[in-house]
Write a protein that binds this ligand. Structure first.
Ligand SMILES: Nc1nc2c(ncn2[C@@H]2O[C@H](COP(=O)(O)OP(=O)(O)OP(=O)(O)O)[C@@H](O)[C@H]2O)c(=O)[nH]1
Ligand SMILES: [Mg+2]
Length: 457
């Protein structure tokens, strides 16, 4: 799908909407020639004699009736650019029709429109980025939350690529030792002792394992922490969710058993993000129908995945005392006890010190509850991770195969099963690690990664 690297490509790099400024990116060997044909510079400046990154003022020559469009050109005339090719950015007014006219002028002057991700693909092929970093660029573009952005940025700075490259380097040295030993097998010269070989393989396998754990933890970050409302039917859970998130997201009624399926609303309170989930009230009824059973099943599933459970006790119900039977079932994550309908009656707080009293009707205790939820979630240990989700998915299989190869190699080495076999397993592990950082890549890997980019990146 991607064209030749010799093509000069151009694309809109700013969002395709009206804004104060719009940016068009150009890259390719013909960048200067192409710009010179469709731009008139102010004063006696020249593009073709430019040897270092420079800013120019001028006009793009576009079709009538406007004819000229004022712009600034940032030119990287040598390989010292993002794509390691001559490249430029054209900054001008951010009106979409004007930007399209400027793009058309560039295309008439010899450029072609870039494919999605083609700039980053060129940066990758030029060795400026490894695949994990290329995917991090994608992660930065796609990040929905601050947490995701942080992970993508740290990956861009080499969070995952650096330890992987280092590990690959060490294993290449090790392979060289093993293979050198194979060449001198007749002379009985060993370049590395069996014990040292097994030890290095063990350490490498541990390092891969730890990267695998980081990737798994990453998946958790993508799914924000879940805060699940739990309680008896009619306890006021749905009303509480609506009041907490400030929207009529869940259905409320006087009828017990209103909520069947769960309702999830993302939130961000005091800088802490999560998803608030309303569930069907848990019952201990002897008789139930299939829908009831399904609803109870969904509730239990949500509770199992909860980072925090809000146990809702109805203050207006005489049986909802501090000894409520709900309290005897332990939560999977953490638990906060919340009295609902605090406007109707003072709760029997005995045995429940620290429980929050709330009312969805009057707003009593709601701000305090948001604060308490944020505090519990903020205190959770945050996994130290360095991968965006797409890398995680792609890397998992490769890292696992690499770990397996290293384990096999270690076992063979320990049992003195033959250095040829150790070398073969090591080569397989190296190949798998190479796929993660892009030292080994195939067209379909590239296609899969870069086709997900937006145009202009
Ligand atoms: N006075 C008062 N009534 C409330 C409050 N919260 C909920 N209610 C009422 O209690 C009833 C049940 O509220 P829901 O929010 O539907 O309770 P639920 O726990 O989600 O019920 P299920 O759908 O059966 O799970 C409704 O009639 C609400 O208007 C409150 O803070 N004060
Ligand atoms: Mg409900």
């Amino acid at each position: 799908m991607y064209g030749a690297l010799e093509d000069t490509i151009a694309a809109l790099a700013s969002p395709p909407a009206s804004a104060v400024r719009g940016v068009i990116r150009v890259s390719g060997p013909g960048t200067v020639r192409c710009l010179a044909r469709c731009v008139r510079l102010a004063g006696d400046q020249r593009l073709d004699t430019c040897r270092r990154p420079t800013r120019f003022d001028g006009d793009v020559l576009i079709a009538a009736p406007l004819a000229t469009l004022p712009c600034q050109i940032y030119l990287w005339p040598t390989h010292r650019s993002y794509t390691r090719q001559p490249a430029a950015e054209l900054h001008t007014l951010g009106a979409l029709p004007l930007l399209e006219a400027a793009l058309a002028a560039l295309c008439q002057a010899g450029a072609r429109l870039a494919w999605p991700g083609e700039f980053t693909l060129r940066a990758f092929l030029a060795g400026r980025l490894d695949l994990t970093q290329a995917e991090a660029v994608l992660g930065v573009i796609e990040a929905e939350t601050e947490g995701e952005l942080q992970v993508a940025l740290s990956q861009l700075a080499g969070g995952l690529g650096t330890p992987l490259q280092q590990l690959r380097g060490e294993l290449l040295d090790l392979l060289a030792h093993v293979e050198a030993g194979l060449d001198f097998v007749e002379e009985d010269i060993a370049f590395i002792t069996t014990e040292a070989l097994a030890e290095q393989l063990r350490r490498a396998a541990d390092a891969v394992q730890s990267l695998l754990q980081q990737l798994t933890a990453r998946a958790e970050v993508r799914h924000r922490p879940r805060v699940v409302l739990r309680g008896a039917p009619n306890a006021g859970k749905s009303s509480l969710l609506n009041t907490l998130v400030g929207a009529d997201a869940a259905l409320v009624s006087t009828e017990p058993g209103t909520t069947r399926d769960y309702v999830a609303k993302p939130f961000r309170w005091h800088g802490v993000e999560g998803v608030l989930i309303d569930t069907a009230g848990l019952t201990h009824r002897a008789e139930s129908d299939a829908v009831d059973d399904a609803a109870q099943h969904v509730t239990r599933q949500q509770l199992r995945a909860a980072a925090l459970e809000l146990l809702c006790l109805d203050a207006s119900q005489p049986q909802a005392t501090g000894q409520d039977p709900w309290l005897s079932t332990p939560p999977t994550g953490q638990r906060l006890v919340v009295w609902t309908k605090g406007d109707l009656a003072a709760p029997a707080t005995t045995g429940q010190p620290g429980a929050l009293v709330t009312s969805s009707r009057t707003g009593l205790g709601i701000a305090d509850l948001r604060c308490a939820i944020a505090r519990v979630l903020a205190d959770r240990p945050v996994p130290v991770v360095a991968a965006v989700a797409s890398t995680a998915a792609r890397c998992h299989a490769c890292l696992h195969a690499a770990w397996h190869g290293l384990q096999q190699a270690r076992e063979i080495a320990t049992e003195r099963g033959g250095e040829e076999l150790v070398a073969a397993e090591l080569r397989e592990a190296l190949d798998q690690l190479g796929q993660v950082v892009g030292a080994v890549y195939t067209d379909d890997i590239l296609e899969r990664i870069f086709s997900r980019f937006c145009i202009g990146k």
